[in-house]
Design a protein around this ligand. Structure first.
Ligand code: GDP
Length: 541
């Protein structure tokens, strides 16, 4: 046991223990565009954490997830995706919680909401491609809470774009300052490694390093004659380049990183396990531990003794017949123990949690204890919703777990009108799970579904049939985006509702929303109704 761990063990007061345990947590998610290397990097991070022994495990899972569109498969995959939703592993006496952000076809609102439950994010960029669309969207969500971002420029073992140009692109497109921490030496076939600007050392690249135990060769100091022996002219080039980089880029500032204004940038190659350790070091050394969380009444600090937490995701469990769901709860303070009674604040009822699950090493295990920053899974039958808060009795409601304005819309029709009741019930429940959003037009037209990823519609159609016996047809609808409406002047609001009834709807929770046919339409309507506020996100009830 090291000194720090021993200190914690020796700490007598329960409060101090809770504080010390919480401080060791690092909870983060990876944001990236499909194919940038998220899966590969996740796997290497788990290898470093000793959570998996063999490379290829995560990738195999990904392949099975996407190889088929057979819906029976989706049912099976639900079990797998529950297990992979959160991956907890140890690193340097810390406990790292990596939250999966569903991407690719299963990109959904969950992808966004996961980002509200982390304290930092790792942005992975394909160095040959630069900043891509999905990364832009995800970073926008991170910005809602000024989440600190670490950047990894991946695939340097391939021909990539000029590193300086990549930094410029991140700065101009994503509007965040870049502070290079490592700098690549060559790329593609001439990729030699990286120079660590803060440690003044050169990490040498050897392709194909798959396991964490292989020691990396390091040359200390840029002026080290070993450099010249090894690299000849390339050493001189590097020295010149580093001088240039130091002059032209921002030095790393912890404070700016923590405020979400600056991102430390690392170059490497996930598939070769190169540069991965440096990211984990940055996560442990620089990324924040659990942050205080705002509620409607006060901010809850992670080192408070009493347990609190909120639910940011609901996932239907394997067996659709049982309607068993797992609610993902982020612990915000205190210590959670097995068998604990906690108060479900929306329902104002105490519930005993005897079978919460944790996500150690990819396997679901029974939770013995959890601290701020940790995620636990709670089995339930639909009585827990996204945004629900839990405590030991104090009435508080965490904020900051929003619904996001959908970007895709479909009109719902049913083949058999007799089933309309089941349709409504099914959609209501699926909306509560966050699988889709439902809009009921004021003028009584067909229900409109909203989503941020196309697969959401397919999953909803499939589950309506399988679980509610409803055959639904989804048709295109002339809606481009939605905005939730608020207005302090009741008369203006009534007028707004009357004049624009054809474009207004109530969402699943009864909130008024404006369904805009285009971006221009939205802008014009906003201009015409200056007293009305149009919200792109809505807090959970
Ligand atoms: P994801 O879609 O972001 O999860 O990306 P994957 O991890 O599945 O990677 C996409 C593709 O890029 C796969 O074929 C990987 O083998 C490949 N890849 C990932 N990292 C690297 C890298 O460092 N170098 C090279 N050359 N290929 C990589």
């Amino acid at each position: 046991m090291n000194d720090f761990a021993q200190t914690i063990e020796n700490t007598s007061s329960r409060g101090e223990r809770v504080a010390a345990k919480a401080a060791l947590r690092r909870t983060f998610a990876i944001i990236s565009h499909p194919d940038a290397g998220k899966t590969t990097l996740t796997e290497k991070l788990l290898l470093f954490g000793g959570a998996i022994q063999l490379a290829g495990t995560v990738k195999a899972r990904k392949a099975s997830r996407h190889a088929t569109s057979d819906w029976m498969e989706i049912e099976k995959q639900r079990g797998i995706s529950v297990a992979s939703s959160v991956m907890q592993f140890p690193f340097r006496e810390h406990v790292v919680n990596l939250l999966d952000t569903p991407g690719h076809q299963d990109f959904s609102e969950d992808t966004y909401r996961v980002l509200t439950a982390v304290d930092s994010a790792l942005m992975v960029i394909d160095a040959a491609k630069g900043v891509e669309t999905q990364t832009v969207k995800l970073l926008d969500v991170c910005r809602l809470r000024d989440t600190p971002i670490i950047t990894f420029m991946n695939k340097m073992d391939r021909e990539a774009r000029d590193p300086m140009e990549l930094l410029d692109e991140v700065e101009s497109v994503l509007k965040i300052q870049c502070a290079p921490v490592t700098w690549p030496i060559g790329m593609g076939k001439r990729f030699r490694g990286v120079y660590h600007l803060l440690r003044d050392s050169i990490l040498l690249f050897q392709p194909g390093q798959e396991s964490r135990n292989q020691a990396m060769e390091v040359i200390e100091g840029l002026d080290n004659p070993q450099m010249d022996e090894r690299f000849g002219d390339q050493a001189r080039e590097l020295r010149d380049e580093v001088e240039l980089v130091r002059g032209a880029s921002h030095p790393f500032k912890l404070e700016a990183f923590l405020a979400g204004r600056q991102t430390p940038v690392f170059f490497g190659s996930a598939i070769n396990n190169f540069g991965v350790r440096e990211i984990l070091d940055a996560l442990v050394d620089w990324a924040p531990g659990p942050q205080p969380r705002q509620t409607t009444t006060r901010a809850v600090k992670p080192d408070e003794e009493k347990f609190t937490g909120f639910v940011f995701k609901i996932q239907a469990n394997m067996d659709p017949q049982h309607r068993d769901r797992i609610a993902f709860l982020r612990v915000c303070s205190g210590r959670f123990e097995r068998g604990m009674r906690i108060r479900h604040l929306r329902m104002n009822r105490d519930i005993q949690i005897s079978n919460a699950i944790t996500f150690m090493a990819q396997e679901r295990e029974q939770v013995e204890e959890a601290y701020a920053g940790d995620i636990i899974g709670l089995h339930n039958h639909g009585n827990i919703q996204i945004g629900d808060s839990f405590s030991l009795g104090e009435a508080l409601q965490f904020t900051g777990v929003p619904y996001f304005a959908p970007e895709l819309f479909r009109r719902v029709r049913i083949k058999n009108p007799i089933k309309v009741k089941q349709l409504h019930k099914g959609l209501q429940q699926l909306a509560e799970e966050g699988a889709t959003q439902v809009f009921k037009p004021l003028n009584g037209g067909d229900l409109v579904l909203g989503a941020v990823g196309v697969l959401q519609f397919e999953v909803v159609a499939h589950r309506l049939k399988a679980e509610y016996g409803v055959d639904a047809v989804f048709e295109p609808v002339n809606t481009h985006t939605a905005r939730w409406i608020s207005c302090s002047d009741a008369r203006v609001l009534a007028d707004f509702e009357k004049k624009l009834a054809d474009q207004l709807a109530h969402d699943g929770a009864g909130n008024l929303a404006y369904l805009a046919s285009s971006r221009v339409n939205l802008e014009l309507t906003q201009e015409r109704w200056p007293q009305v506020t149009f919200h792109a996100t809505r807090e959970h009830a």
